[in-house]
Design a protein around this ligand. Structure first.
Ligand SMILES: NC(=O)c1ccc[n+]([C@@H]2O[C@H](COP(=O)([O-])OP(=O)(O)OC[C@H]3O[C@@H](n4cnc5c(N)ncnc54)[C@H](OP(=O)(O)O)[C@@H]3O)[C@@H](O)[C@H]2O)c1
Length: 238
C-alpha cells in the first residue's frame, strides 16, 4: 500500500515535457499518481510519454491561446491537481522592445494561467489544488526584465486573490531561483552555469527534483493556500 497523499490522483502538468515540469511528473508517478502533460512540441512530448510509462498521457498545448487551452482540457474527464510551469519569457527594455514582445510573458505566464484555471477547476474535486510558477526575477528584477518580473509577480497575486473563489480547492505558487534545466542551459553555457553556482549561497544551482519536491508538497499539504514558496537556496536574500 502506497502512503503518499497523491497515490491514485490525476495531476495535469502544463510544461511537463521538460525541466521543472518533467521532474514533477517523474516524482508524481513515483508517488503513485498519474500525470497528463501539456506542451507545444508534439515530438518531444511523445518521447517523454514513452519514457514516463503507462501512468503518463498528454496532448499538445499552447498555453497562451484560449482555443488551444480549452481543446486541451476537453480531452480530460477528471483531474485532481494542476501544475503550471509552461511560460515564455521575452526580455526587452520597456522603451525599446515592441509591445508584441513585451506582451509575451504576460500572455503566457499570467493569461495562460488564468485560462488554464478557468478550464481546469470545473474538472477538479474539492480536494484539488493548483501550483503555478513565478520566478526570482520578481524579487530581483534587472534591466529588460520588468515585464517578465511583473508577470511573475502577477501570478503570485493571482494565487492570493483566488483563495476565496476557489475554496475549498487550494492554489499556491513556487518562485524558483536559478534551476539547472534545459531552459537555463539554453541561455548559459557550462562555464557560465558553474560560475553562477559558485556565486550562490549554497554554491549550487537548484534542480528539477528540488522543484518537484516543493510542488508535490504544495499539492498535498492540506493547509497551504495562497502561498508563494521561495525556492532559491537563499539567493534572493544574499
Ligand atoms: N529554470 C530556471 O532557472 C527558472 C527560474 C525561474 C523561473 N523559471 C520558470 O519555471 C518554468 C519552467 O522552466 P523550466 O526551466 O522547466 O523550462 P523548460 O525546461 O524549458 O520547460 C518548459 C516546459 O514548458 C513547455 N512550454 C513552454 N512554453 C509553452 C507554451 N507557450 N505552451 C505550452 N507549453 C509550453 C515546454 O515544452 P514546449 O517547448 O514543447 O512547449 C516545456 O515542457 C518557466 O515558467 C520558467 O520561466 C525557471
Amino acid at each position: 500500500m502506497h502512503a503518499s497523499a497523491l497515490n491514485g490522483q490525476m495531476i495535469v502538468i502544463l510544461g511537463g515535457s521538460s525541466g521543472l515540469g518533467l521532474a514533477t511528473a517523474r516524482l508524481a508517478i513515483q508517488e503513485g499518481a498519474r500525470v497528463y502533460i501539456g506542451a507545444r512540441n508534439a515530438e518531444q512530448l511523445a518521447q517523454v510519454l514513452v519514457d514516463l510509462g503507462p501512468n503518463a498521457a498528454g496532448a499538445t498545448l499552447e498555453i497562451g491561446e484560449e482555443a488551444s487551452v480549452n481543446a486541451f482540457f476537453k480531452g480530460i474527464d477528471h483531474m485532481d491537481h494542476l501544475v503550471i510551469t509552461a511560460a515564455n519569457n521575452a526580455p526587452a527594455r520597456l522603451l525599446e522592445g515592441s509591445l508584441e514582445q513585451l506582451r509575451i510573458s504576460m500572455d503566457s505566464r499570467f493569461w495562460g494561467a488564468v485560462m488554464a484555471i478557468r478550464a481546469a477547476v470545473p474538472l477538479m474535486p474539492e480536494h484539488g489544488s493548483i501550483v503555478m510558477t513565478s520566478g526570482m526575477v520578481s524579487l530581483r528584477p534587472r534591466p529588460a526584465m520588468s515585464v517578465v518580473a511583473a508577470a511573475a509577480s502577477a501570478v503570485e497575486s493571482l494565487a492570493r486573490s483566488l483563495v476565496s473563489e476557489l475554496a475549498p480547492r487550494r492554489i499556491n505558487v513556487i518562485n524558483p531561483g536559478p534551476m539547472h534545466t534545459p531552459l537555463l542551459s539554453s541561455v548559459l553555457d557550462d562555464a557560465a552555469l558553474q560560475k553562477l553556482a559558485t556565486q550562490l549561497p549554497l554554491g549550487k544551482l537548484g534542480t528539477g527534483e528540488d522543484y518537484a519536491q516543493a510542488a508535490l508538497f504544495a499539492l498535498s499539504n492540506a493547509y497551504l493556500n495562497g502561498s508563494t514558496i521561495h525556492l532559491n537556496g537563499g539567493a534572493a536574500w544574499a
